[in-house]
Design a protein around this ligand. Structure first.
Ligand code: PLP
Length: 400
């Protein structure tokens, strides 16, 4: 197939990896609207709408809630570089790849990151955070990943939120993969800075990082002795653009991406947050039931598994990459491999946003069955799909 300029047309994929997820046609259509100037009153209305919708999804009253230009990692960088000054101590939960990335970014801010580690695949114990807080003289912030996309673990946050308040430290939370798929209650859980990405459970294309700052974070910002070292991600400058009266030019925000995000957020809220979480939960449980019935082992600690992203161990004797290639080339399905120390050892299957459907859960199970059977993996044909159907029905009737 040749496109208008003669090159091969972009293939259509079903995106069931760790992100990006597939985008609903209604959101794709919003991308195609005419480009608006970044100071056009019509665009300013879109910005206001988007900020209001983001507050609902983050479950917060924080005024300073906006989408940064940049992917999820720009949210991580913005959270850390606005919160931290050279010499500050930050306690970082490290139980996967993204916690490790936070350590690296905090160090580049000139801060002193103190890791609190857990094995990959397990949650960080609040007691371990507490003992780190006791050992350090003054801790400016605690940073944790809510949904560790590298391992499939969901980190409980309420106890850590309480510790942050007790010790006068800010709580920074990475909700890149969780927002829109699992509950993220910024105000109720005492989260001071929370960031996300658009291409996971929110179901928009990659390119923006929603972020929110609470009152305690704003107080800390006001007390800074030094300027935020990133001009582009300095939230005070961004606030003058997104919320100032009049708005002050800072950079050229991408109107197509913001329009697509607004549409995706409207769809999330039209479905309703509770219904959205239930859909992710049911489809994730069905997938996980099917995988286990096929004789595969899940990587993450039982009882703390994400429903939006499932990490599966690669069985002995199976070529990890060949399975992913078969899915992509023969079925048009993308799943992920392992990151860092898990490279070659796990697959990561995402059911996020528009990609989280019963149909996709069943499709990836049967595709995986075919790819595994071809490599001589023994399983009883159809068991994955049958089990997933049964789990799905059971969960659905339980909730009804
Ligand atoms: C995907 C992801 C990121 C990075 O987001 P990018 O959009 O790839 O920059 C950060 N944290 C977590 C937990 C993620 O899943």
């Amino acid at each position: 197939m040749a496109g208008p300029s003669g090159e091969t047309a972009t293939p259509v994929r079903v995106l069931l990896g760790p992100g990006p997820s597939s985008v609903h046609p209604q959101v794709t259509a919003a991308l195609a609207a005419p480009v608006l100037g970044h100071m056009d009153p019509a665009f300013i209305k879109v910005m206001d709408d988007t900020m209001a919708l983001l507050r609902q999804v983050f479950q917060t009253h924080n005024a300073l809630t906006l989408p940064l230009s940049g992917t999820g990692s720009s949210g991580m960088e913005a959270a850390l570089c606005n919160a931290l000054e050279p010499g500050d101590t930050i306690v970082v939960g490290v139980n996967g790849y993204f916690g490790t990335r936070m350590m690296e970014m905090a160090a580049r801010c000139g801060a002193r990151p103190v890791p609190v580690e857990a094995d990959w695949g397990r949650v960080i114990a609040p007691e371990a955070i507490e003992s780190a807080l006791r050992r350090q003289a003054r801790v400016k912030a605690i940073a944790v990943v809510h949904a560790e996309t590298s391992t499939g673990v969901l980190q409980p946050l309420e106890d850590i939120g309480r510790l942050a308040q007790e010790h006068g430290a800010l709580l920074i939370v990475d909700a890149v993969t969780s927002l829109g798929g699992h509950a993220v209650a910024v105000d109720d859980w005492g989260i001071d800075i929370c960031y996300s990405g658009t291409q996971k459970c929110l179901g928009a294309p990659p390119g923006l990082a929603p972020i929110t700052f609470g009152d305690r974070a704003l107080e800390a910002l006001a007390k800074r002795q030094s300027k935020v070292q990133s001009w582009y991600l300095d939230i005070s400058l961004l606030r003058d653009y997104w919320m100032g009266s009049p708005r002050t030019y800072h950079h050229t925000a991408s109107s197509p991406l913001v329009l697509a995000l607004r549409e995706a957020l409207r769809m999330v809220l039209a479905e309703g947050l509770a219904a959205q979480f239930k859909r992710h939960l049911t489809n994730g449980a069905a997938l996980q039931g099917g995988l286990e019935a096929m004789g595969l082992k899940l990587f993450a600690q039982e009882g703390r598994r994400l429903s939006v992203l499932t990490a599966v161990r690669v069985p002995d004797g199976i070529d990890e990459l060949r399975v992913r290639q078969a899915l992509l080339n023969e079925e048009g399905i993308e799943i992920g491999g392992g990151l860092g120390e898990l490279r070659g050892k796990i697959w990561r299957i995402g059911l996020m946003g528009y990609s989280s459907s019963k149909q996709n859960a069943l499709m990836v199970l049967s595709a995986l069955e075919r790819a595994l059977a071809r490599q001589g993996f023994e399983l009883s044909p159809g068991i994955g799909v049958e089990t997933a159907e049964r789990v799905w029905k059971m969960m659905d009737s339980l909730a009804a």
